[in-house]
Design a protein around this ligand. Structure first.
Ligand SMILES: O=C([O-])CC(=O)C(=O)O
Ligand SMILES: [Mg+2]
Length: 587
């Protein structure tokens, strides 16, 4: 059995291949033993050379979707090459296997599935509404399949009802759990054989899919809430029966269900919602940094959120917690630093419409007769120092909006975070924000934008406030130390660990986030913070982790960073794909 992220003390760096079939890396001896002599070309390829060739092929593909399909094929046939390739070219490949291309791949999922489907080696569970009563059988089928060599440790689960900013994609949303789990492997060092993507195929309300003859999901409208919650309960209970310690990440559920599922399950199973808690945690981290650099008293910030869905409200609540915990002010006072805008304008208690439950917390009560109907009116009324977009409205921060924000913040650096993704939904881009603010903006986006060269020739890399900075570390910490649950204070600890992970060079450049190439190290720091906080809250029973955390207490550096035994233990337990060095050790 190969080492993986487990609670045992084995080291990672597995030399064992992820697939059992023929490989061009096999020596003559191995080929003879497996009766392959004469059936494959004579030459022996190193893993490095296979990886170089794969990169060459990848770069020849013309469109991002073609690249996605090519990478899916390598992942299914040669996962060691795939994970080495991604790890070594993360900046180039992350936008293909993840946002934004994964969004396009989801929209086309049923059309491309036949050419990428590993039918004899399933890529996850497709649980349809009419089959939830057979959940044990479905799990058993998976256990018997070639894909399941060991018990899964982690699942990313969606029902495809709110994929990125693209809406209800039904079963096609499966591309997201697959993509997120690939990042778990690359960024968080989870063992790919123990990652389980799941789609709840509960229908779709999108006509385009229902009438597409090639759509592979259940061809019906989505069910009513009671049926939805009953069916998800059957699935989660089934997963708990089969794999009690498994970490569950809820992903891309429609807003109400995202909050509903989290409320229902957060005390009962080891779970978290990436869009509410993960996105919130990363934005909080970038925000903490931006507030430090803005040049005004943090308590003078006036924060305007555009978009009040699950992500918008989730993020805003985390920022409230930050002001309460870090700046020691009462929650009511912190809450008054926030204004939220939805499609009907500024959210106020006396607006006249029935507010969705999750919006009530932020409804303003100090507006008197004022009701702002649109963003510009709201900006003039609020005079925000920070503008945060989770609206999925492309260019909602248009020239006029950016110009107003610049004027209002002439004495301090404005914070502008267009967080919707993919790019076709982003509220503005980095270049527009830089130009409109005389290059003073403190910027983070949900999707990646190109580097901007200033008038004086300096290169500025925009911060990408994507949840990929924390979910791999949160999952890694959860899988390693197996706390009873994930609490808000653990998520808060993840944000702080992310802010602290910024190194000297990044600090000098004024970056809000670490460089993506350092993601593995960042994930280890986040995982260590998660474990540390969980132990402090009495949620970990494993004595080894309590000892390691004890060592943290006695060795903690003044800045609270985690360069100590716990961090090293986490690093040691991260999975790595096979490399030539490991292969030759083995032969
Ligand atoms: O996947 C991403 O890039 C971020 C995310 O979770 C979402 O937008 O739903
Ligand atoms: Mg998501």
């Amino acid at each position: 059995m190969s080492p993986s992220v487990t609670t045992d003390s084995k080291r990672s760096g597995s030399p064992e291949s992820l697939i059992s079939g023929a490989s061009l890396t096999m020596t003559d001896v191995e080929r003879k033993r497996l009766h392959l002599t004469g059936l494959i070309p004579r030459g022996v390829c190193s893993l490095t050379s296979e990886e170089e060739l794969a990169l060459e092929q990848l770069r020849q593909k013309e469109t991002p979707l073609q690249k996605y399909i090519y990478l899916s094929t390598i992942r299914n046939t040669n996962p060691d090459i795939f994970y080495n390739l991604v790890a070594h070219n993360l900046k180039e490949i992350a936008p293909i296997i993840y946002t934004p291309t994964v969004g396009k791949a989801c929209q086309e999922f049923s059309h491309i599935y036949p050419s990428i489907a590993p039918l004899d080696h399933p890529d996850g569970l497709y649980i349809s509404l009419d089959q939830v009563d057979n959940i044990d059988e479905i799990i058993d089928n998976y256990r018997q399949s070639a894909a399941c060599k060991e018990d899964p440790q982690i699942t990313v689960i969606t029902d495809g009802s709110r994929i990125l900013g693209l809406g209800d994609l039904g079963m096609n949303g499966m591309g997201i759990p697959i993509g997120k789990l690939q990042l778990y492997v690359v960024a968080g060092g989870l063992d790919p054989r123990r990652c389980l993507p799941i789609v709840l195929d509960f229908g779709t309300d999108t006509e385009r899919y229902l009438s597409d003859p090639h759509y592979l999901g259940l061809r019906q409208k989505r069910p009513a809430d009671d049926i939805f919650y009953d069916a998800t309960k059957k699935v989660i209970d089934g997963l708990k029966r089969a794999w009690p310690g498994m970490f569950i990440q809820f992903e891309d559920f429609s807003t109400d269900h995202a909050f509903g599922l989290l409320d229902l399950w957060r005390e009962k199973v080891l779970c978290f919602n990436d869009d509410i808690q993960g996105t919130g945690s990363v934005i909080l981290s970038g925000f903490i940094r931006a507030v430090e650099l803005a040049g005004i008293d943090p308590l003078k910030q006036r924060i305007l959120f555009v978009g009040a869905g699950s992500a918008g409200v989730g993020v805003a609540k985390q920022l409230v917690d930050y002001f309460v915990i870090e700046h020691g002010i009462p929650e009511e006072q912190a809450k008054r630093m926030f204004w939220l805008v939805d499609s009907r304008g500024l959210i106020t208690a006396n607006r006249g419409d029935k507010l969705a439950a999750h919006k009530i917390y932020f409804a303003r009560e100090d507006n008197g007769e004022t009701q702002c109907k649109n963003l510009l009116e709201t900006i003039d009324y609020v005079k925000p120092t920070a503008l945060i977009g989770l609206s999925t409205i492309y260019k909602a921060f248009n020239e006029e909006v950016l110009a107003r924000i610049n004027e209002i913040n002439s004495e301090n650096r404005p914070i502008i975070f267009p967080l919707s993704n993919p790019e076709t939904k982003a509220e503005c881009n980095f270049e527009d924000a830089m130009k409109a603010t005389n290059e003073r903006v403190l910027f983070a986006s949900g999707t990646a934008f190109p580097t901007y060269t200033t008038k004086s020739g300096e290169e500025h890399i925009p911060g990408q406030g994507n949840n990929m900075y924390v979910f791999p570390g949160i999952g890694l910490g959860a899988v390693l130390a197996n706390p009873e649950k994930i609490t808000d204070t653990m998520i808060f600890a993840a944000s702080k660990a992310l802010t602290k992970s910024i190194n000297e060079e990044e600090t000098k450049a004024g970056d809000l986030y670490p460089r993506i190439e350092r993601i593995r190290d960042v994930s280890a720091q986040v995982a260590a913070a998660i474990i540390h906080q969980a132990a402090a809250e009495g949620l970990i029973k494993d004595a080894k982790y309590l000892d390691l955390v004890g060592a943290v207490e006695s060795n903690q550096k003044p800045d609270g960073s985690f360069s100590h035994r716990l961090y090293e233990h986490v690093m040691d337990h991260m999975w790595n794909p096979r490399t030539d060095a490991a292969t030759s050790n083995k032969l």
